[in-house]
Design a protein around this ligand. Structure first.
Ligand code: ATR
Length: 308
């Protein structure tokens, strides 16, 4: 296991990474280095070049990973140009996740359920599309944080894109219950209904308003709202945190957010942010592209911001 806050790393140390704007060409008849990139607007903040370059180095893959600033309204043209110069795959970040959904020729179930795409793979005329955010989150919780979700009572705050992507991978872990709570209750109810449509059988998932969370407590509480980006706190009663609870903030690099502070004040000692989710979704994309899954612990250690 890996202790994020104390920075204990088991695995390979990171060697220095290059910036990612390097272009590769055909040198004396040698095949072109495979090219990948992250596209977004803005894009400077993206950690994907650092992560994928580190993954390429530790797995010995000959590939190049760049940042692409996509002009607004010109997603398709920009991606076409990238493919024309040997682009093999892309990560997609805001505001293009829906454009990528429309651009794809083959949508994986994860992308269909999330209604958004965060990774593309180009093969001939085919554009394969995935959304690895949900599986990345679950892998971080179950594997890195050693917190199995099977049989657990799960509370998810928010019913936006992040929750949409996380729902099916989470349900696949066999939790006892998943309660989605949202300011706009109709969105929480719609998501619960959507999960029922995608999976047969009796699903323990419901959507409610904050006022209707009741007196129940939960084994794990995920903050999948965008509230922490603006320093806000969802209207959550502190009683929701059961003894031994994990409080998980999906945003990363923000330190002790109002949500994590509330959890800490309620006595929760297992606090996490989304740095592991970020690394794990990247590892999923890398494995999808290259057929080899990199170890994530060194990257997580490098990107971890202390929660205080
Ligand atoms: P993302 O793709 O990051 O999930 P989103 O789709 O815009 O972003 O969804 C943002 C989520 O955060 C929504 O569930 C939103 O609640 P509403 O649907 O009621 O708008 C939630 N959210 C944002 N700010 C919030 C706040 N201050 N308190 C509670 N929920 C908040």
């Amino acid at each position: 296991m890996f202790d994020r806050q104390n920075g204990i790393v088991m695995g390979l140390a990171l060697v220095s990474v290059f910036g990612g704007d390097k272009m590769s060409g055909l040198i004396a008849g040698h095949p072109m280095t495979d090219r990948y990139a992250v596209i977004g607007n803005p894009i400077e903040q993206s950690k994907s070049p650092l992560i994928h370059t580190a993954f390429a180095q530790v797995t010995g893959q000959d590939m190049d990973y760049a940042r692409v600033l996509g002009p607004l309204g010109e997603f398709a043209r920009t991606v076409d140009a990238f493919r024309a110069t040997g682009g093999r795959g892309m990560n997609v970040t805001a505001p293009f996740k829906l454009d990528a959904f429309a651009y794809a020729t083959d949508l994986a179930p994860s992308a269909q359920m999330a209604g958004a795409v965060n990774a593309l793979k180009f093969e001939g005329n085919k554009v394969y599309a995935e959304n690895f955010d949900g599986v990345g989150l679950v892998r971080d919780v179950v594997h890195n944080l050693a917190f199995p979700l099977q049989g657990k009572r799960v509370l998810i705050l928010g019913a936006g894109g992040a929750t949409r992507g996380a729902l099916l991978p989470m349900l696949a872990q066999g939790p006892a219950e998943v309660l989605i709570v949202n300011r706009t209750v109709a969105k929480a109810e719609e998501l619960a209904a959507l999960a029922h449509q995608h999976q047969s059988g009796l699903l323990p998932v419901r959507g409610v308003a904050y006022a209707d969370v009741g007196a129940q407590s939960f084994d794990v509480v995920f903050n999948a709202t965008s509230a922490s980006l603006t320093g806000e706190l969802p209207p959550l009663p502190a009683r929701v945190f059961a003894p031994g609870c994990l409080a998980y903030e999906l945003a990363y690099g923000k330190g002790l957010t109002p949500f994590l502070k509330l959890a800490q004040q309620a006595g929760v000692t297992r606090l996490a942010d989304g740095v592991g989710m970020l690394a794990e979704q990247a590892a999923e994309a890398f494995a999808w592209w290259r057929g080899v899954r990199p170890d994530t612990q060194a990257v997580i250690a490098q990107l971890t911001v202390p929660l205080n």
